[in-house]
Write a protein that binds this ligand. Structure first.
Ligand code: SF4
Length: 501
């Protein structure tokens, strides 16, 4: 089935997760005003799949059933699928100007698909078959999954099993005939409160001592023992103050993250996809991280399209759109963003088939995408601030703008060039404030792993030994067989001949 945006929102009303936010228990996620922008942004991943102009990007054919499904539930079957995925990310970034959250679950599905296949091959387990059944269920119901990787981690110099509090990484505390009991938490998990399911993966490489922590599993969002505690964001309560001050009142600001507590949660075996196979934790972590890092040149670049547009419009509304420095800044923003987009396309086009039959991205280039985003996203947002000016942090509130006594002053003194109303200008400035000053910046830094994690992967995959070999050949330390073919003799003879001439 392919749900519409409205059907997705409606489907949340049928669930009863235990959610806390701002010190209260939230009765209905779909009806809580502070969650509304996050719900709307996620709903866009459903809605666009129902419009013919986006179907090629937002829909895919299930390799399990042959049915047409939402691409957010698809396991990539070709390079074309990988490319369409990042196109989908850019499109949704353009339509929402924020994080639409659903990609983490998509990447978890793909990461576990590959890894469960490899575990079964080594240990003759049945994780992959189980996982395929689960995937079919997700595709048939068009579900949104919260991909949960990060554990709280406690003292980071200690391994999971060495922590004083053993629950600081999600772990299995009991194995039963029908399933397992898990305890612990996952932290900073995007889109959780408005997901249908939670899909968990280990957060790091585990050793034999940590095998109770080597877990991949899925639970319904309202499984017994699961508690969600919503995180605060910059200016989040502005949503309650009207439409203008939030900057992006419809879709919010970044993904809406939560702490997920697992208080002795029962997980039936059919929903367990790794349990103790610590030697596959690296594969799962790296595969998932590669998929997710490859997205950032899509979603963040889609958002950059919005902020570049907003910056160009405020420049026009100030009558400075032809000034050299404005044009230069806008061009620079485009250059930076398209560089990241090129990286996302490249790591998708360089993707390849895995033993499971599914496709994965080029992991080196995926880490390059994300590391670039941790830097260049700040740079294009800095340029947006430069173009917009300090007004983005000094504008009066919407309440003053609407006030019967002082509203006319705001109207009069914040007017710009003919053709733009004061309200339009306020909307644009607030949008830039939301995008260039808010929580989106650290999200670009730390989402999908911090810069150090990408550097480790780039260092590992960069193949410096191969580069040393190249340097040895070009510098003449090692034999250059192709050069010898060109000149028709050994290098030493060739240079001796030059000296004699
Ligand atoms: Fe998707 Fe980007 Fe949000 Fe990650 S940060 S969940 S890739 S929109």
């Amino acid at each position: 089935m392919i749900k519409s945006g409205k059907e997705y929102v409606e489907s949340l009303r049928a669930l009863s997760p235990v959610v806390y936010a701002f010190g209260e228990r939230i009765k209905s996620v779909a009806d809580y005003p502070l969650f509304a922008p996050h719900v709307n942004a996620a709903a866009m991943t459903y809605e666009l799949a129902n419009h013919p102009e986006f179907e090629d990007i937002l829909r895919a054919k299930s390799h399990l059933t042959g049915d047409v499904i939402n691409r957010f539930t698809h396991v990539h079957q070709s390079v074309d699928d990988l490319v369409k995925k990042v196109r989908m990310m850019r499109l949704l970034g353009q339509k929402t100007g924020t994080c639409f959250q659903r990609c983490v679950g998509l990447d978890a599905l793909n990461g576990i698909y590959l890894t469960s296949y490899d575990i079964d091959k080594k240990y003759q387990t049945e994780y992959h078959q189980r996982f395929k059944k689960y995937l079919k269920f997700v595709q048939e119901k068009d579900l949104m999954l919260a991909g949960a990787m990060s554990d709280p981690k406690g003292d980071r110099s200690l391994r999971p099993s060495e922590q004083e509090d053993k629950d600081l990484y999600l772990r299995v505390v009991e194995k039963k005939k029908e399933g397992i009991i898990v305890r612990g938490a996952k932290a900073h998990i995007t889109g959780t409160v408005n997901s249908h399911e939670i899909i968990c993966m280990p957060t790091r490489t585990m050793t034999e001592d940590d095998k109770d922590y080597a877990l991949a599993l899925a639970v319904p969002i309202d499984a017994q023992g699961v508690t969600l505690i919503f995180g605060r964001q910059t200016n989040d309560t502005r949503r309650l103050d009207g439409e203008l001050d939030a900057g992006n009142a419809k879709y919010g600001i970044v993904g809406g993250e939560a702490l997920i507590v697992f208080d002795d949660v029962f997980v039936p075996w059919e929903r367990v996809f790794m349990c103790g196979e610590y030697d596959f934790t690296t594969e799962l972590v790296e595969t998932f991280a590669g998929y997710h890092r490859s997205n950032y040149g899509g979603c963040k670049v889609g958002i950059s399209d919005v902020v570049i547009g907003a910056a160009a419009l405020v420049a026009e509304s100030n009558g400075v759109e032809k000034a050299h420095h404005i044009r230069d800044n806008l061009t620079e923003m485009i250059l930076l963003a398209e560089t990241c987009w090129s990286c996302s396309l490249a790591c998708s086009y360089e993707g390849y088939k895995t033993p499971s039959g599914a496709y994965t991205i080029n992991p080196l280039l995926a880490n390059v995408v994300k590391l670039n985003i941790t830097r260049l996203n700040y740079e294009w947002m800095r340029l947006a601030q430069d173009i917009a000016g300090g007004i983005i942090i000094t504008l009066p509130s919407e309440k003053d703008y609407r006030d019967k006594d002082v509203g006319r002053y705001v109207e009069k003194y914040f007017k710009g060039k003919e053709g733009f109303s004061t309200e339009e200008r306020i909307r644009l400035y607030r949008l830039i404030e939301n995008l260039a000053v808010g929580a989106g910046l650290p999200e670009a830094m730390h989402g999908a792993g911090s810069p150090a994690a990408q550097k480790i992967m780039i260092g590992r995959r960069g193949n410096i030994e191969e580069k040393k070999k190249l340097a040895r050949v070009v510098s003449g330390i090692k034999e250059d067989i192709y050069f010898q073919k060109i000149v028709g003799m050994k290098e030493k003879e060739y240079f001796a001949q030059i000296l004699r001439a």
